[in-house]
Design a protein around this ligand. Structure first.
Ligand code: ATR
Length: 288
């Protein structure tokens, strides 16, 4: 990739803990090149103990903005000056914009998830039933997106039940048309709830490198052909979770479309430009 950097180049980037496999730098820099913008997108690998300093550094270094990724989407909030309303309700941000020294947090995962379901899954959320695996920052955005579109029921399964309970507590009063229930990540309840579900989403990190043989579901027999199975992970392209779902003839989506659609929204917040989603997705598939 050829790029000219000069004294006026605006810096954007991503802050995360393990971002060696992140596609965001490649993806954003390709869009920057395509639009001939004087921006540069950089990876910032940050240890948890340095998160506060790193976010303060956005101001100090006059960085235009950053994405926030695993596992800082919730932790970053307390270091910001302002948080957009839906991101505040969700309790997680994936994007920070620096406006003349004021840092504002947004959550573009919500629109990224919705668009990918619509465009790639041809899935209508209203009145459907979903099972969500995990209750971290990514799960919060997924749950919020489904609630905004009036899903009938969401069952959240998480190893740490308390975290699922907090999501329910924080969001259910805003969305009285939908039902949220929470369970520990155990087979008995999973079987019953997945049987009745239309959508199954993995928001946990199980299946990411180096443990690519990991999967959040205890038994592959839990998949069925009437499910849309969605894994937020995009590296590897097909996790064990998705390969098993495919074997059970379920329709599958990996995390790439969501990465692209949320990225486009973040890019828009930093630059004012909004590239066409399908075109960017094609480009990313070509270069990865
Ligand atoms: P993100 O911001 O990407 O959602 P996160 O907030 O750290 O990241 O959430 C990670 C999710 O993966 C959590 O639901 C976590 O479960 P816990 O809440 O019990 O920690 C889940 N997860 C990570 N490792 C796991 C494991 N070995 N078994 C089960 N769940 C796991």
């Amino acid at each position: 990739m050829k790029k000219n950097i000069n004294g006026k180049t605006k810096i954007i980037g991503v802050i995360g803990k393990n971002i060696e496999n992140s596609l965001s730098p490649l993806f954003h820099n390709q869009i920057i090149l395509k639009y001939s913008l004087n921006f540069c997108y950089l990876p910032f690998q940050v240890a948890e103990t340095d998160l506060s300093k790193a976010i303060q550094g956005i101001k100090a270094l006059n960085i235009r903005g950053v994405n926030i990724t695993f596992p800082y989407k919730e932790k970053a909030i307390k270091f910001l000056d302002e948080v957009e309303e839906s991101a505040r309700r969700i309790g997680a941000v994936n994007t920070i914009v620096n406006n003349k020294g004021i840092l504002t947090g947004y959550n573009t995962d919500v629109i990224g998830f919705k668009k990918s379901l619509q465009e790639n899954g041809k899935f209508i959320i209203k009145k459907k039933k979903a099972v969500i695996l995990g209750a971290g920052g990514a799960a919060r955005a997924v749950v919020y997106a489904l609630l905004e579109e009036e899903i009938e029921e969401i069952c959240i399964f998480n190893r740490t039940l308390e975290k699922a309970k907090i999501i329910k507590q924080n969001l259910s009063s805003f969305f009285p048309k939908s039902r949220i229930s929470v369970f520990p990540l155990e087979e008995e309840d999973l079987k019953d709830k997945i049987e009745k579900a239309h959508l199954l989403v993995n928001t946990t990190s199980l299946g990411m490198p180096p443990r690519v043989d990991n999967t959040p579901l205890p038994d592959e027999k839990l998949f069925h052909p009437d499910l849309l199975v969605y894994d937020l992970i995009y590296h590897p392209v097909r996790t064990l979770f998705l390969r098993q779902a495919e074997k059970a003839r379920a329709k599958i989506i990996n995390g790439l479309p969501m990465l692209v659609y949320q990225g486009i929204e973040s890019f828009h917040l930093w630059t004012g430009l909004k590239p066409e989603g399908k075109e960017v997705l094609k480009m990313i598939k070509r270069i990865t």
